[in-house]
Structure formats: C-alpha cells, structure tokens
Design a protein around this ligand. Structure first.
Ligand code: SDX
Length: 436
C-alpha cells in the first residue's frame, strides 16, 4: 500500500513526484492519477500492458513464477481439495464457507436453478446454428427483465439484492448453458434437480434425456469441478475488465456479466479453447505434419497463431495448463478414450517447447490448450467450450463487479486518447446540402 517512495518525472524542464504503492506480494505501482493535472500529458499504453486499473483483493498471479491464488489460496490446493461452488463462495465472499454456509449456499443455488418459463421460449427463436455464446449473453442480459431487483441502476444497491442476483446468476447461467446445448441438438430441455449438486446437475441437464438417464461418473465430476475452479478468476483479464468497465457506469450485474461473456467469446481470449480444437482438426485434415504447421506459424510472422499458446501475463507455463494436462490423462484413462487430438496436442507442445521462436517469446501452453480435450472426452461439443469457460469465470466476474462497486475509489471508467485525425476544417460549398 502507500510507501514513502516517490517516482520522479522530469518533463519540459519541470520535475514531478508521483506516489509509489506496493501490493501484498510487493508488486509496485506508480500512482499517476494526477499526471495530466501536473504535466498536461496523458499516459498512452496500448493493451494496458503496463497499466493497473484498480487495487483488488481477489486474485494474485505472478506471471514470471507461474503463481495463481484466489483470496490467497493456491489454485493447486483448491483444485485438489474443494468443489467449484465452495471456490465460487470464496471468490464472492472473501472466505471459505463453513458447514452451515455451504449447505445454505447449495440450497440457494438449487432454489434459483430454474428460469422463468417465458424465457424458455426465447430459445426457439434462435436459428439452428446459433452459437451458444450469442444465446448465453442475450439470455443473461434478459435475466434483468425478469428479475429487476438490480436493474434500477440505484447507486446504493442493497447487499441483499446483490447477493440474490449473484446466486440467481450462478445457478441460472448453468441452466441456460445446458438448455442452449439441448436446443442445438434438438432434444427436449432437462430441468435442474434439487437432489443433485451443481456440477452433477449440469451434467444431468446436458446429457440425460426423457428416454435415457445419464450415468454421472466420479472422474467426470472431478474433472468438471477442477476445470471450473481453474477458470474461476484471473484478475484483470479482458472479459473481467469488460465487466468492471460496464459496471462502472452503474449497470446492473446481469448486463455487466453479459458484456464479459461477449469479451470472453473472442478467439484471443476465452474463444481460444474452441480455436485449439479447430487448429488440431485443421492440422489433421491438411495432411501436414505438426512440425510443418509450427513452421507455417513461425513464417507467418504473427499472421497465424498457435492457439492455446502465449499469455499476456504468464511468461512461463500457465499453472492451470499443468493441472488440466494431468487431469486429461486421468479422464481419458477412466473413460477408456484414446483421443488422437491429445497425442497431436502433446506433439505440438513438445515441438514448440524446443523451438527458439516460442522460447524467445515466452510462449507456453495456457489454460485453453488442453481444456478442450477434456470437454470432448466428457461429450461437450467444441461450440460449447467457451460457454464452459464462462460458467467457470462467472464467480470471478461477480466478485470483481462487487469489489469495484464497494471500492471507495469507484469511478466511471473513461480512458483518454491521443487524437491523430485532421485539424479543424469547415464544410466546403460543394459538400453542403440543404436536404434534411
Ligand atoms: C486467455 O489475460 C488473461 O488472464 C486471459 C486468460 C484468463 O484466464 O482470463 O488467461 C484466458 O485468454 C488465455 C489466452 C488464450 N488465447 C490464445 O491462446 C490465443 C493465442 N495467443 C495469442 O493471441 C497471445 O499470446 C495473447 C493474446 C494471449 C497474448 O498476446 P500479447 O501479450 O499481446 O503478446 P503479443 O501479441 O505482443 O506477442 C508477442 C510475440 C509476437 O511476436 P513478435 O511480434 O514479437 O515477433 O509473440 C507472438 C506475437 O506474434 N505470439 C504468438 C502467439 N502469441 C504471441 N505467435 C504464435 N502463436 C501465438 N499463440
């Protein structure tokens, strides 16, 4: 937090001192909130590579060391010893639930698992090939029309209203995801059941049907819990920043999360998990070797990407990718699946990890590289992969949205720019028109 240290800037013959602050893990920031007032200049930082948007107590990650902790707990520990709904509680409330709170949270998630029957009909208006991320974002924003308790944009939303909206969202988004899958395969919706816990309920809604029940295998349940935990938050990534930015205009939680879903859809972000499988399928269909594909990527000079590789923050192996890769082997063995895509992914990783092009650019597998292999093994189609990412990331979005509203420094987010367009000019005679 605040230190006695200052950063001195000399600009146009004047010297300015800016306060320096440090975080819990000794990260250092220079507070430039008075930069324009003192110097008349703004800072320019494409992609916000060097710019912090806020202080946050939710997630800590160290890109050099490959460390990721939620509220101080290492993800390795949480993936091994907790269920996704407990990690969601931790992210949203700042501490692990005790036995009573766990039971209450579970009961609330069940109570709010259904959606208004009128919303069911929305699904039938989408074209057959509608991407589930388009459906998910529209349905989540539409929740604000059925549950208006948070839609009046009142500055001081009562905590109770925010907590109910958060619980509704956590539970209903899972139902919406499963319904969008059933719609895409032309099967009837399977409703949530109160005798099943979060992940089991999801799997049942996805894969059971009126004519056959679905056997929920413990290995699949464990893999799904781990995947959702590993996606649960990741500090100020693109989609979380979208949730915070939209939320900074005092937009309700549902619409702010809708913005996060749209940002996550991008192939450079959460959409990469679907792109990894597309890439592996392209390699298989091209008849080229994996080495030839990697060579094409290198010679494309950034035109062609190795999806599932690289990260803005991690300049080492993404700790989540390590856990997912290990989980891959376990799930495929338990389900007796031999997926050639896994062999191809492992071959691609081993080639890239020995190649100077990737090593020199700190390009390692990220969370998206192996996750699709597990989703495939579970039976989830690749169009649903980013929906799965969104389900995992939801508690993080909720926690970050809440934290930003509770921040004493809460402000409407509105970056500045450097204008490079034409100087002032008037409408020429020939350009004038009087037709209105
Ligand atoms: C997620 O931010 C988060 O926390 C995100 C996330 C989360 O949990 O929320 O972790 C989830 O989004 C993971 C990332 C998923 N995206 C992909 O897998 C898409 C492929 N990756 C790239 O698009 C890229 O690595 C980014 C966008 C993820 C990060 O890019 P940066 O930080 O903007 O880095 P850059 O584009 O400046 O790349 C530096 C160099 C460039 O080459 P040079 O110009 O120096 O010659 O590395 C190259 C890039 O061309 N490069 C790649 C590459 N990623 C970067 N070359 C080939 N394949 C890649 N994947």
């Amino acid at each position: 937090m605040p230190t006695n240290e200052t950063a001195t800037l000399t600009f146009r013959g004047k010297t300015f001192d800016f306060p320096v602050l440090t975080g819990t893990e000794n990260e250092v920031a220079i507070d430039i909130s008075k930069l324009r007032k003192h110097t008349g200049a703004v800072a320019l930082d494409y992609g916000y590579v060097n710019t912090g948007a806020c202080k946050s107590a939710i997630t800590y990650l160290d890109g050099e060391q490959g460390i990721l902790r939620y509220r101080g707990y290492p993800v390795e520990d949480l993936a091994q010893n907790s269920r996704f709904v407990e990690v969601a509680y931790l992210l949203i409330n700042g501490r692990m639930p005790d036995k009573n709170e766990r039971e209450q949270w579970s009961a609330l998630l069940n109570r709010h698992s259904m959606m208004h029957e009128d919303m069911r009909h929305f699904f039938y208006s989408y074209p057959e090939r509608a991407h589930p991320m388009a459906i998910l974002s529209a349905m989540v924003v539409s929740l604000s029309t059925f549950y208006p308790e948070l839609s009046q944009h009142r500055p001081e939303e009562p905590d109770e209203a925010i907590n109910i909206a958060a619980t509704r969202l956590m539970s209903k988004m899972r139902t919406i995801a499963a319904f969008s899958y059933k719609k895409s395969i032309g099967e009837p919706f399977v409703y949530p059941r109160h005798d099943l816990k979060y992940c089991a309920n999801f799997l049942n809604m996805m894969f059971s049907s009126p004519v056959c029940s679905y056997e929920i295998k413990p290995e699949v349940l464990q893999a799904l819990n781990i995947l959702l935990i590993l996606h649960a938050d990741h500090e100020q990534n693109c989609s979380t920043s979208a949730v915070r930015l939209v939320g900074s205009a005092r937009v309700n939680l549902y619409a702010s999360v809708g913005a996060g879903i749209c940002a996550l859809w991008g192939p450079l972000h959460g959409g990469a998990n679907q792109m990894v499988i597309n890439m592996l399928e392209d390699i298989a269909a091209s008849g080229k070797s994996v080495q030839q594909y990697v060579d094409d990527v290198k010679s494309s000079k950034g035109g062609k990407l190795l999806y599932g590789f690289g990260h803005r923050v991690y300049k080492t192996y993404d700790p989540r990718a390590k856990i997912i890769k290990a989980s891959c082997d376990r799930v495929l063995k338990a389900l007796k699946i031999n997926d050639p895509m896994l062999d191809m992914a492992q071959e691609l990783e081993s080639i890239a990890m020995r190649d100077e092009y990737f090593i020199s650019r700190n390009l390692y597998p990220n969370v998206d590289f192996y996750s699709g292999i597990i989703y495939r093994a579970i039976g989830i189609p690749k169009e649903m992969f980013t929906v799965m990412f969104a389900l995992g990331r939801l508690p993080g979005w909720i926690a970050q949205w809440k934290e930003s509203r509770e921040d004493p420094m809460f402000k409407l987010q509105r970056p500045r720019q450097i204008y490079i367009g034409p100087n002032v000019r008037m409408v020429k005679e020939a350009e004038r028109t009087s037709e209105l």
